[in-house]
Ligand binder design. Structure first.
Ligand SMILES: [Zn+2]
Length: 187
């Protein structure tokens, strides 16, 4: 009986987590990867129920190396990754911390309320939606991205391997570019 009660409780916890993730519009395939005792059709039903009949988004999933389109995006991504790491009690390089992703994403949205573009994420503020946030956390765990400490500005910066940007601190790069531009203007 005890085991049965426990498993019922575990089921309720899974549904609660599914609700939290779907409310933030995490792509259904990620939800189903995480919570494999809830079927994909059921996850889709939950999505429609929460989002007033809207079907979940389908098509390509976000790719980590394609998320930063501009250099500025890396500053926002670094901030998000840093928030995520600070919110987590575990080593995020070995395991994804779902409550910490949720916390960091909510904090990020509160900080940039008008910048998040859920449907057409072409802005420089990234992650632009919760699925991108999820992909960043995943990349930090599987080694497609890493968070580094910058010796010169003492900030943290994200490196995304295979992206078009070199693995350096973008705050320092942009600072240098700005200084060069202002010197040129003076000359
Ligand atoms: Zn730096």
């Amino acid at each position: 009986m005890i085991i049965k009660d426990l498993s019922y409780e575990a089921q309720l916890q899974d549904y609660y987590l599914a609700y939290e993730l779907i409310k933030r519009k995490l792509r259904t395939s990620y939800v189903s990867q995480l919570l494999n005792n809830i079927s994909l059709p059921e996850i889709r039903d939950i999505h429609r129920a929460i989002h007033h009949g809207d079907s979940p988004k389908s098509g390509l999933l976000p790719a980590i190396d394609a998320i930063p389109q501009t250099r500025e995006s890396l500053l926002y991504l670094s901030l998000f990754a840093s928030l995520y790491r600070s919110a987590s009690q575990i080593d995020i390089r070995t395991k994804m911390d779902v409550p910490a992703i949720i916390f960091a994403w909510d904090f990020f949205c509160d900080t940039f309320p008008n910048q998040i573009r859920e449907r057409r994420p072409y802005g420089k503020v990234r992650p632009a939606n919760f699925s991108e946030a999820w992909v960043i956390a995943q990349a930090l765990t599987i080694g497609l991205a890493a968070l580094h400490y910058c010796e010169s500005c003492h900030g943290e910066y994200i490196i995304i391997y295979n992206s078009k940007f070199p693995p350096t601190c973008q705050i320092c790069v942009m600072d240098k570019l700005r200084k060069t531009q202002s010197t040129q203007r003076v000359i």
